[in-house]
Each structure stands twice: as C-alpha cells, then as structure tokens.
Design a protein around this ligand. Structure first.
Ligand code: UN1
Length: 479
C-alpha cells in the first residue's frame, strides 16, 4: 500500500498515524494511506511558514508569476491523470473530474497574472505639501482548510491567491479526499517556491484544523465547509483578532416560471440538483415552480431522471457517481425519510442501487408537494435530493426563494426580461443565475454568498486579494 506523507518546510514528513482514502465507487479500492499530522508537526509547519514568509512577501511579481505559472501549466498538462485520480477519490464522474482539474490549472494561471497586477494608489492629501500612497502587503501565514467535494479546485482557489500575494501557507485538505492536495503539494515542491512557504498538513479537523486556527502565528484562515464548523472557527479566530473567510452551506432555489423554456429549465434543474451527486454547496435543492408549468415540469424531470445512469464514477457514460461515504449516504437517507414524514411525495428515486462494484450508489430523489417550511427544504443535505415547491406566481416565487437562512446562489428560468431583471436585483444571494444551473461557476470572477452561506470577503477573481493582503496608507510631507 502506498503511503503519502505531509510536506513541511520543504521535506516529506511521515506521521505516526495514517488514514485510508477509499474510492466511493468501489469501497475495496484504497487510493492510498495518507499521513495524519500531529500537533507538533503542525506547529513545525507554522514555524517554517513564519520563517519563510518575509522573503516570499518581498519576492518580485515575476518570481511569483513564474512559480504559479509552472504549477498551472503542470496541472493542465496532467489533466487526464489528475482528473482520474480526483474521480477515483471523490466519486464525481470522469468528465467532471477532468473539468475540475482544468479549472484548477486555469486558477493558477489567473493568479500568476494577478501577482503582476498588485498595484497601489497615489492620492493627493487634503492638506498642502503632503502626498499619500496606498499599497498592499501580504497578510502573513495563512491556514487554508478545504472540503472533500472539490478536492482540486478549492485548494487551488485558496493556495493560488495566497501565494500570488506573498503569503506562506498551511493547507489542510479534507480527510476523505486528500490525494489531489497531495499531488498539488508534489507539483509545488518542484515549482521553485522557497522551502517553508507552502506546507501540506493532512489529518482531522479536530486535531490539525484546531491547531492551525488557534495558533497565534496564523494571521488568517480561509475555510470551506459546514456552517457548524464555520461558526466555531469564526468565534475562535475573532477571539484572537485573526482574519477569517468562510464559505459554507447553501439551500439554493431554482425558480421556474410559467414562461420558461421547459427544456432549459429541466436541464438546469437536473444539472444543478443532481450532477456531482448533489454534493455542491451551489446545488439547486429547492425547485420553486409556478403552477402553470408545475405538472409539465415534474413530468419532464421524472422522464429525464429515469434516463440518468448512476454508476462507477470512472465508467464511460456515467451521469452520476456515488455518494462520498457511508456517513453521508446515511445522512442522505435520513433526509429522504424526513421528506416522506413531512408529507412530501416521492416522484422518483431515493433508493440504494446495486451496481457491479460495491459503492455508495443512490438514485437521485425528487420530492413534490413540499413546502418551504419543511425541514427538508431548510437544511442542507449535501446529496442528490431536491424538493419541488409549487407557487402561484413570480412574487410568491421570489419570496420563497429568499425565505432561507442561506444565500449562496439563486437561479431563475424564464423568458421574461422583466422577471429576470427583477430577480437579479432582488434575489438575496451572492450569485444569481438566469436560465443556467445554480452550480458550476467561472474561475475568474468573485465567488461567495450572503447570510448563513458566507462570512468575510469574497473568494476568487480580483476580489481574492481583499483576504490575502493588508492595505497600508503612507503619508509623506513633500518638502
Ligand atoms: C461550483 O458550483 O462550480 O463547495 C463551485 C462548493 C462550492 C464550490 C461550488 N464552494 O460546492
């Protein structure tokens, strides 16, 4: 069995304990054993990062560009191999896995160029004889804690801006899918980045994550994961006045109006609710449908769902791969049971599927006759489950869409410019999609939400620098 070590201060470091990374499409297939860092190793990584950061923070934009460009180029060149590894460890289909790797490569390319664009401003003072400059400096040592559902893209969209703006990094990937981050670390180890600037510390949130969060030398933590963990993390970081950026759950509405193109709406709903096994914080889990199109929409959804192939993520033609593991599978089943108890009508799916390989296969489930106040429509399940909520008209649809404690994405399918424009302005979400799935975003624009979905500044695009830099304002008396 292959064992994969942590990467600390430019060295591969073994740990006393390891954790098995299991292929959810075939639970007899172990991807590898991944080291679990202990507190001492995390502390060593923080010390290495702290020692290495000032020099990296003072490096030229060209040096940073070259390192990030190298990483991006290698990821893109190895997209098929890394995409296959991603699908094997996470369970999304091979085209989705390769797509995610390409996205990660492009993210590094984007931030390579962002390193060249860190400018400042020159502002005349309101007082005579004084000149003012604003500039951006690195934040310092940052902790990056990432989830299993985008094991290549999310580490990349945190690591790339962190390095581009001169920070030193501790990356803690999710225990369930560390292989992509390990490969990212291996590429980084050959990129010319000075030792200590990037450290990979794998292991449990309760051990590795907590040590990072509570370490006085970690200036900020960017986290993607659950609301419960995010809340505790923010409280702990606020106590020591460290910077925090959280991306958490969603209960994203996709509104379908009477005037929608039915085919467009069904494509958006199938993709948004069920692709990547529904394991996306951007998934469309609430389908808010006006009564004139409701029955046709449900019928067309069921027809499409019958044709979806749920199987091995790596098999050609698979539309939906397995659920990540047994615990998530049981959570999905408990939400299916909850929807039934709350009076939802199961229109399709929801049962465990037997396939050639022994994996966590779940038929995507669609519930109708649900209301927005059911717990099923309030809590994020993180599985291939969706509830249809029937509404009278656009006004009710908008009110239902906004009636949630989350606010990541909101989608609408309509051919009315008036409703699309009104929805863009009035949806209480960080991202709005018109005639598109709520999930699946570009890599060069800001990503983030409102209310319980996000906390802190936006990730990605040119907005990423708000988290990874600090602004300094300099006053100079000219004469
Ligand atoms: C996407 O929908 O393309 O964890 C990205 C998540 C999000 C990323 C979604 N942070 O699902």
């Amino acid at each position: 069995m292959n064992t994969f070590d942590n990467y600390i201060n430019g060295e591969w470091v073994a740990s006393a304990h390891t954790s098995k990374n299991i292929n959810p499409s075939d639970i007899t297939d172990v991807v590898g054993e991944y080291a679990q860092a202990d507190a001492e190793q995390v502390n060593n990584a923080v010390a290495a990062a702290k020692a290495a950061q000032p020099a990296w923070g003072a490096s030229t934009p060209q040096q940073r560009f070259d390192v990030l460009d190298f990483i991006g180029s290698e990821i893109l060149a190895r997209k098929d191999e890394l995409g296959r590894l991603l699908s094997r460890e996470e369970g999304k289909t091979l085209p989705e896995g390769i797509g995610e790797v390409v996205r990660a490569g492009n993210i590094f390319k984007f931030f390579a160029a962002e390193a060249l664009r860190v400018g400042g401003e020159h502002i005349p003072s309101v007082r005579p004889g004084i000149e003012i400059d604003t500039m951006r400096e690195s934040l310092g040592v940052v902790g990056l804690i990432t989830p299993w559902n985008f094991p290549m893209a999310i580490p990349s969209w945190k690591v790339a801006p962190a390095l581009a703006f001169g920070n030193a990094v501790l990356l803690k990937p999710a225990e369930l899918a560390p292989a992509c981050s390990w490969n990212l670390a291996e590429i980084i180890s050959r990129s010319g980045l000075p030792k200590g600037v990037f450290n990979l510390v794998m292991g449990k949130g309760s051990a590795v994550g907590n040590t990072i969060v509570n370490h006085p030398d970690v200036a900020g933590v960017s986290f993607t994961g659950s609301v419960e963990v995010g809340r505790t993390l923010a409280a702990n970081l606020a106590k020591r006045l460290a910077r925090v950026q959280l991306e958490m759950g969603g209960k994203n509405p996709l509104v379908v109006l009477d005037d929608a193109d039915l085919n467009v709406a069904v494509n958006a709903a199938i993709n948004g609710a069920f692709f990547s096994t529904g394991q996306r914080c951007t998934a469309s889990s609430r389908l808010v449908v006006t009564e004139g199109i409701h029955d046709r929409f449900v019928q067309a959804m069921v027809e499409r769902m019958k044709a979806l192939k749920v199987d091995d993520a790596l098999a050609p033609g698979t539309d939906i791969g397995p659920v990540i593991d047994g615990a998530q599978f049981m959570k999905d089943e408990s939400y299916i049971e909850l929807a039934r108890r709350e009076g939802g009508k199961l229109a399709f799916g929801g049962e465990r599927l037997k396939r050639e390989k022994n994996g966590w296969y779940l038929a995507p489930a669609l519930f109708t006759e649900t209301t927005n106040t059911m717990r099923f429509n309030c809590e994020e399940a993180f599985g291939p489950l969706a509830g249809v909520i029937r509404v009278k008209n656009y006004d009710e649809a908008l009110a239902v869409a906004n009636d949630t404690e989350f606010g990541l994405c909101a989608g609408i399918c309509t051919t009315s410019l008036k409703h699309a424009t009104h929805f863009k302005r009035n949806a209480q979400a960080g991202m709005v999609m018109v005639n598109l799935p709520t999930a699946g975003v570009d890599y060069h624009v800001p990503f983030g939400g409102r209310k319980g979905s996000s906390y802190g500044t936006r990730e990605q695009g040119s907005y990423a620098k708000e988290f990874y830099t600090v602004v300094k304002t300099c006053y100079v008396a000219a004469g």
